[in-house]
Each structure stands twice: as C-alpha cells, then as structure tokens.
Ligand binder design. Structure first.
Ligand SMILES: C[S@@+](CC[C@H](N)C(=O)[O-])C[C@H]1O[C@@H](n2cnc3c(N)ncnc32)[C@H](O)[C@@H]1O
Length: 146
C-alpha cells in the first residue's frame, strides 16, 4: 500500500456503505477498525459517535489518517491484532479485504484468537473477502459474447 495515493485509487463503494450501516444495526458502541490503513473508511464512521480504535501496522498510513478531518476522535494505533485490548470491544471490523493479508493458517488463527479475546460477550467480528468465482463467471460471460 502507498498511503498518499491509496485514497485516490480506492473510491467509496457499496461495500463501504454496507459496512457503515452495520454498527447501528448491531447496536454496538465500541468498534475497532483493524487494518484501517489511511483511515479512508474509519473517518466516515466517526460521524456516528462510536468509541473508535483504529489499528494498522503501516506507520505512514496512520500518519495520513491522523491529519484527516475528525481524526482526533479516533484512537489511532500503529500495530496489529496483538494491540487489541481484552474484553473491551463490541465489534472488530476489517474492511476492504484486510482478511487476505493473513496468508498462513497460523497468522489467521492468531488474528481470530486476538479478536475473540478483545470482544465483549455477544461481540461481532466483521470482515469481507474477495470471491474468486466472480472472476470465473466474468470469463464465461466474455466467451459467450464472442
Ligand atoms: C487493502 S488495505 C485496507 C485498508 C482499509 N481497511 C480500507 O478500508 O481502506 C489493507 C490494510 O491491511 C493492513 N495490514 C497488513 N498487515 C496487517 C496485519 N497483520 N494486521 C492488520 N492490518 C494489516 C495494511 O497495512 C493495509 O493498510
């Protein structure tokens, strides 16, 4: 990720709106945006008044996030799931395919374990992943047109 161009090439989308509506539906108060990057999505969440912590290992990305409007209302942390506090959060969310940075079973188990440890009873772990079948369907469609 290159923080200074990331926001320019990653435009707001339907998935961002979907994620933004979830905390209200789930009636949560404290949220962690894990893998927040430049705060592209986090700084939209701020307007709803949640207690927000945002974590990313990329120091430059967090620096970009910190200078955005409303950034002062977020607890920004340079780190990873190890920095999640125990029994503290109603939801941990990973937007824009952060889940796909965990390439080994061990790294995925670690993040799930840290998230579970950090959630209050009844808490939520929310994330998306890409669906490889969508690309395959596209290829089939291309073949049918020609
Ligand atoms: C595609 S970006 C998504 C950024 C942000 N969630 C968004 O919606 O724009 C993936 C992010 O995952 C972060 N990342 C990489 N390794 C990570 C880890 N071990 N734990 C948490 N985040 C990580 C990267 O630094 C990057 O900011």
């Amino acid at each position: 990720m290159i923080p200074f161009v990331y926001d320019q090439i990653n435009h707001w989308g339907k998935d961002d709106e979907f994620f933004l509506a979830l905390p209200n539906k789930l009636k949560v108060e404290s949220i962690v945006d894990l893998g927040c990057g430049t705060g592209r999505w986090t700084t939209h969440l701020v307007q709803y008044g949640y207690k927000i912590t945002a974590i990313d290992p990329h120091e430059e990305a967090i620096e970009v996030a910190r200078i955005k409007d409303n950034a002062g209302k977020v607890n920004w942390i340079v780190g990873d799931s190890s920095n999640l506090q125990t029994n503290t959060n109603d939801a941990v969310i990973m937007t824009a395919n952060v889940a796909q940075v965990f390439l080994t079973d061990d790294s995925w188990k670690k993040v799930i374990s840290d998230v579970f440890r950090s959630l209050n009873v009844g808490g939520h772990f929310i994330f998306d992943i890409r669906n490889p079948l969508v690309k395959s369907v596209g290829r089939v469609g291309e073949g049918q047109d020609s």
